[in-house]
Design a protein around this ligand. Structure first.
Ligand code: PLP
Length: 323
């Protein structure tokens, strides 16, 4: 699979009448623009401090990036090098199925060998809450799927749709977290993300980040800080849209669907067939195969138009699933 086939699928099939493929709040909540004064005094240390305070971690553990994907990439490159040097062999990594596809591409390009569930690995890497499942896992740090990992990298891109604390907060030596402003804050265009290292690794990782990462543009720094200063109000709106859509989904299916993130995996059997049939009716959903699980499709619950979009989807689904 190509690295960003998921993005190609979404962008290559728009515009559609019913878009159930957008996993972030862009376009649904206001983009925060910095004032002239905020732009003139843009300070990366202030942005780092705001992120650290939201995550309740020491700011010296926080590293700015252009997004969660970049953050996870630097952490993976760093850990691959560290385990290779320490152990003199190809390091191993595990990633659940289904999961956000770039995470698998990242570990492959960083030089890890993919390990199977039920084994002991150097690094476990996953999105949490999960994209595409929208769920959280109680034992995310204690060996899910029988996997024991020496280091755990959690992509917390969707965490701020929930009241979950960051996995970075307890400062466990094994645990790394990454995050972004692109989803719950709808601030895709700012390109602001972060990695949080455990204290025991932060100074070594700083050297890696200084080589690989580059400074964020002044605009991103100023707008990122302004966005985080308005976090309570922005998150209240994002979460309200998501929660209203989640209740609509539950009513439509007549059962409880507990989701922590505004994505849902509808297991219908043949996800490719349903996604193609939906497209013919101008309904865009993502085939599960793009997340390595062809048995379903992913629906996103981020748009205010969700109730109408879901009705259109249910019509197609009824035809395909009954056929
Ligand atoms: C789990 C996960 N991580 C990262 C991203 C992308 O984040 P960014 O744009 O900050 O790289 C997404 C986007 O869908 C995602 O679902």
């Amino acid at each position: 699979m190509r690295a960003f086939e998921l993005a190609e699928w979404i962008d290559g099939h728009r515009p559609v009448r019913h878009d159930l493929a957008q996993s972030g709040m862009a376009g649904e909540i206001p983009v925060v623009r910095p004032s002239r004064r905020e732009l003139a005094s843009a300070d990366p240390d202030e942005l780092t401090r705001l992120i650290a305070s939201r995550l309740r971690v020491d700011r010296r553990r926080v590293f700015l990036t252009h997004g969660a994907t970049e953050a996870t990439s630097w952490v993976a490159v760093y850990l691959a090098g560290r385990y290779r040097r320490r152990q003199g062999r190809t390091p191993t990594a595990w990633n659940p199925i289904p999961d956000y596809p770039p995470l698998r591409s990242i570990v492959e390009y960083a030089g890890f060998r993919r390990a199977r569930a039920g084994s002991s690995v150097d690094v476990a890497i996953r999105s949490h809450p999960s994209n595409p499942l929208g769920t959280v896992t109680a034992d995310v740090l204690s060996g899910t799927d029988g996997v024991q990992a020496r280091s755990i990298v959690i992509d917390e891109t969707f965490r701020e749709f929930t009241s979950l604390r960051s996995v970075a907060e307890p400062d466990d030596d094994r645990v790394w977290a990454t995050g972004t402003l692109t989803k719950a804050y709808g601030a895709d265009e700012l390109r602001v993300g972060w990695a949080v290292a455990p204290s025991s690794e932060a100074e070594r990782f700083r050297r890696c980040h200084a080589i690989l990462g580059d400074d964020l543009p002044r605009y991103s720094v100023a707008a990122g800080s302004a966005t985080l200063r308005r976090a309570p109000e922005l998150l209240r709106t994002s979460r309200a849209i998501f929660e209203r859509n989640r209740r609509t989904l539950e009513r439509s299916f007549g059962r409880s669907i507990p989701l922590a993130a505004p994505v849902w995996f509808d297991r219908v059997g043949d996800g490719n067939r349903l996604a193609r049939a939906a497209l013919r009716a101008s309904v865009l959903v993502c085939p599960g195969a793009l997340f390595f699980d062809p048995t379903g499709v992913r629906l996103c619950l981020t748009r205010r138009t969700f109730p109408t979009d879901l009705t259109a989807y249910r019509r197609v689904r009824a035809h395909v699933v009954a056929a």
